[in-house]
Design a protein around this ligand. Structure first.
Ligand SMILES: [Mn+2]
Length: 251
């Protein structure tokens, strides 16, 4: 860790969100869907306002795999307001099962700065211009035997190492009753700089050892008038100042 921290790397600013659940509402109310779209627009606004170098979306961007083409077109139009790279991890609601959104639509073809994690055993997306890399493992089935952080490689000492995970946090090792378990010791043993988590809708710091790890929380749990009572996380990485996480309220 000390060796890793001593390696010069440029400062990095990341915006982390998850669990937007676009088109989620069992009653299918158009006003709810419209409000969810406004939340997503505000997340993009926030990435622009904060001049983030990278946007991470840690699962459940979409509430289900049946979203119409129009919703995907909306997301791509919003993401095309950004020039900085974006990495999307499928969650349990938008998992890579048959007829998945991410199979039906090629996000990278439509927006070359967008990458979707698709490898079921994990993959690294390298951003040499940011001195950073992002790893994630795509979910096909949300089940207790699927461990989102399994197969994560050893860190690269010369890069900021960021992982994505979508699942249920367990502070102690146990036989998981919940699907997609993420154990505290797995987070700790990565030795990575940051683990960007999704699935639990309350913003939570679950850092372990030298590894910073947070659930971004659902960005719009409640609405007050026309405004979401929600937030995203801004993470600043620098060799001198370390890693600072701040909750940023969506305006
Ligand atoms: Mn989820």
């Amino acid at each position: 860790m000390l060796l890793a921290m001593a390696t010069p790397r440029r400062a990095l600013r990341v915006l982390h969100t998850a669990d937007v659940h676009l088109d989620g509402d069992s009653a299918g109310r158009p006003e709810v869907h419209a409000a969810q779209r406004r939340v997503f627009q505000r997340i993009v606004d926030q990435a622009l306002a904060e001049q983030a170098d990278l946007l991470l979306i840690a699962g459940d961007l979409f509430d289900h795999n049946r979203v119409p083409d129009d919703t995907v077109a909306f997301v791509l139009a919003e993401l095309n307001r950004l020039r900085q790279p974006i990495v999307i991890l499928p969650g349990n609601h938008d998992a890579l099962r048959t007829n998945a959104i991410y199979d039906r639509h090629d996000f990278t073809a439509a927006a070359s700065h967008v990458r979707v994690i698709r490898e079921l055993n994990g993959e690294v997306v390298d951003f040499p211009q940011l001195d950073a890399l992002v790893w994630g493992r795509a979910m096909e089935e949300h089940e207790p035997t699927f461990q989102p952080l399994a197969h994560i490689p050893a860190r690269d000492a010369g890069r900021w190492c960021l992982a994505l995970g979508h699942g249920f946090f367990y502070p102690d090792r146990q036989r998981p009753e919940r699907s997609s378990p993420i154990f505290a010791d797995e987070i700790r043993d990565t030795g990575w700089d940051y683990v960007a988590l999704g699935h639990q809708h309350v913003q939570t710091d679950v850092s372990q050892g030298t590894v910073t790890a947070c659930y971004a929380g659902a960005p719009a749990i409640e609405w007050v008038g026309a405004s979401p009572e929600g937030a995203v996380l801004r993470i600043d990485f620098s060799v001198e100042a370390g890693i600072r996480v701040e909750s940023r309220r969506l305006r």
